[in-house]
Write a protein that binds this ligand. Structure first.
Ligand SMILES: [Zn+2]
Length: 76
């Protein structure tokens, strides 16, 4: 990409984006499931990919099943 072809407005937007990215790199977000560092593009995501999102939901469901079983046992 040729920076000289950008208008001053585009240029400032571009550098602001670069700054935001640099700031993000200092304190990146991590996947809620595998704790993999999320890339800047996915900074609003909770998970790095669909697999982790699905795994997390599955884990929650399993935990709930365990909790239900425990409640049944405790209730006896
Ligand atoms: Zn992940």
């Amino acid at each position: 990409m040729d920076d000289d072809k950008l208008t001053p407005k585009q240029k400032s937007g571009y550098t602001q984006h670069q700054k935001a990215r640099q700031r993000y790199e200092l304190k990146p977000r991590h996947c809620a499931f595998c704790y993999e560092r999320l890339p800047y593009e996915k900074r609003h995501n909770k998970f790095c990919d669909q697999h982790c999102a699905a795994s997390q939901i599955e884990a929650l469901l399993v935990n709930r099943e365990h909790a239900l079983k425990f409640a049944l046992v405790a209730g006896r």
